[in-house]
Design a protein around this ligand. Structure first.
Ligand code: SAH
Length: 488
């Protein structure tokens, strides 16, 4: 039987979109695919070949290198087109060279297909260019996991003396030893250093420190393999070039617009709806209650949309003073041809100030769970306050929220746009058995709230708030977050 052919293919750092066109095409024609554990399984979606996981997990080799070589040979000898899919680039610490030699020895045709290497892509995706004009004009890539006696030992003195950028692959388990060796060899302990974990994956994380502190910080943050150590002045560029991930927890219908806004402020949005809105039937005494109120208040654009489906409300509104809690709500009303007043400060105090002398009774048309903070404060100020719940906020049951909870440690900013987004996020994490991890992630990251009622809910949940804008809108929240970053 004719011999098959083996393709030694680089799959890139993990994001399936970072595979080459050639890798993708070969996946379509392969009879057998041998792949590593670290690859994103979606890369193999729709692939019809026989799939063999030869995954190696540090320390727990499933198949020895010898076994993999043997399997490649056996499969090729059946006449199959064999694709050996490897992380990053096959010839950089990937043992691709050994596989190629083994094939050559048996006279089996093979071809190597380069891939995007994690040694450059992982720092890059975290905002670190490995070389930069005036900062670093050389790059050295080494393994951090030397097997004593098996490889030529690293010359740390030469590496320390080189300047430029140092990238250490397989750097987690011996991080502390390697850092000590570098410092002992003369590298300044103050040199900036970073660990990039799972570059290009949804869980990507980066921590940065000085060379002296990086091992301790990585231990605290529980950085795991695969991760890369980057040492050199280029690490500082991440402050400018690295994008912070922001979790957007709003209902699905608002995700797209919010994500675009977050991107325009330089953040990398993670779409994770925590809540969904379910309409409630209107009360039978709606008419009466509308009559009694001089003033009708809306606290969200969603409330406006739902309320105006009712002709009775639409008609009544033409005779009332309409109050909108903020500009977005006012805009939703304006789109329906209804003018409204917006308090200078989007809070009960602002509302009270605005209504003083103009209105004695106010009807809130809003969500069932919305905070009663506003209405209580207005009641205390002597107004007659009524409330009609138009919709209920319910948990989203969206898989994207579960995904966020799993990767929360890699998210820098959590944007809470209502009390229910906070409540349901924590509740869902509890259901998944991940509440403590979520709380750790929230404590390590930046927690932003849109306004005071949301801040109060976070306090009730025992969570710290880092950022609240002066003006209570999502955009103002983004602007404040961005401003904080620039001050730093
Ligand atoms: N051939 C691969 C490297 C294989 S060695 C390449 O070119 O990328 C395996 C090491 O690569 C891991 O221990 C880790 O240091 C690094 N690595 C691989 N994928 C990574 C990723 N997505 N993020 C960070 N490091 C990664």
């Amino acid at each position: 039987m004719a011999l098959g052919k083996v393709y030694l293919v680089g799959a890139g750092p993990g994001d399936p979109e970072l595979m080459t066109l050639k890798a993708k095409r070969l996946l379509g024609i392969a009879d057998v695919v041998l792949f590593d554990r670290l690859l994103d399984p979606t890369m193999l979606d729709g692939v019809k070949a026989e799939l063999i996981d030869v995954g190696k997990n540090a320390g727990r080799h499933k198949l020895t290198q010898e076994g993999i070589n043997q399997l490649l040979i056996e499969k090729a000898e059946t006449g199959a087109v064999v694709l050996r899919l490897k992380g990053g680039d096959p010839y950089l610490f990937g043992r691709g060279g050994e596989e190629a030699l083994a094939l050559q020895e048996k006279g089996i045709p093979f071809e190597v297909v380069p891939g995007v290497t994690s040694s450059i892509a992982a720092p890059e995706l975290a905002g670190i260019p490995v070389t930069h004009r005036g900062v670093a004009s050389s790059l050295i890539i080494v393994t951090g996991h030397e097997e004593p006696g098996k490889e030529t030992p690293l010359d740390w003195k030469a590496i320390a003396a080189l300047g430029g950028t140092l990238v250490v692959l397989m750097g987690v388990s011996r991080l502390e030893k390697n850092v000590e060796a570098l410092i002992a060899a003369g590298k300044s302990p103050r040199t900036p250093a970073a660990m990039v974990e799972k570059g290009g994956w949804s869980e990507q994380r980066m921590i940065s420190a000085t060379l002296a502190d990086i091992a301790e910080k990585a231990r605290e943050a529980k950085i795991e393999s695969p991760a890369i150590l980057v040492v050199g002045e280029v690490v500082r560029l991440a402050e400018k070039l690295g994008k912070k991930k922001i979790a957007i927890l709003r209902p699905a219908a608002q995700q797209k617009e919010s994500a675009a806004l977050a991107e325009s402020y330089g953040f990398s949005p993670i779409l994770a709806p925590a809540i969904t809105l379910a309409e409630k039937p209107l009360p039978e005494d709606l008419q009466e209650r509308l009559c009694k109120a001089e003033c009708v208040a809306f606290t969200s654009a969603n409330g406006v949309k739902i309320a105006l489906q009712s002709q009775a409300i639409r008609k009544a509104l033409t005779e009332k003073t309409i109050v909108a809690i903020g500009p977005k709500t006012a805009m939703a009303l304006a789109e329906q041809g209804l003018p409204s007043q917006v308090p200078e400060e989007y809070s009960s105090a602002g509302m009270e100030k605005m209504l003083k002398g103009k209105c004695r009774s106010i009807l809130f048309l809003r969500s069932a769970q919305g905070s009663r903070y506003l209405s209580e404060a207005l009641k205390a100020a002597g107004l007659f306050v009524d409330d009609i719940a138009l919709y209920e906020v319910a948990p989203s049951h969206d898989p994207r929220l579960d995904e966020l909870i799993k990767i929360a440690r890699g998210v820098q900013i959590f944007a809470f746009t209502s009390s229910s987004t906070a409540r349901f996020l924590v509740e869902r994490a509890r259901e998944m058995g991940l509440e403590m991890q979520l709380r750790d992630a929230l404590a390590a990251g930046t927690v932003a709230v849109i306004g005071k009622p949301t801040a109060a809910e976070l306090a009730r949940l025992g969570l710290n708030v880092d950022v609240m804008p002066d003006k209570f809108t999502f955009e103002a929240m983004l602007a404040t977050l961005k401003g904080e970053e620039e001050i730093k």
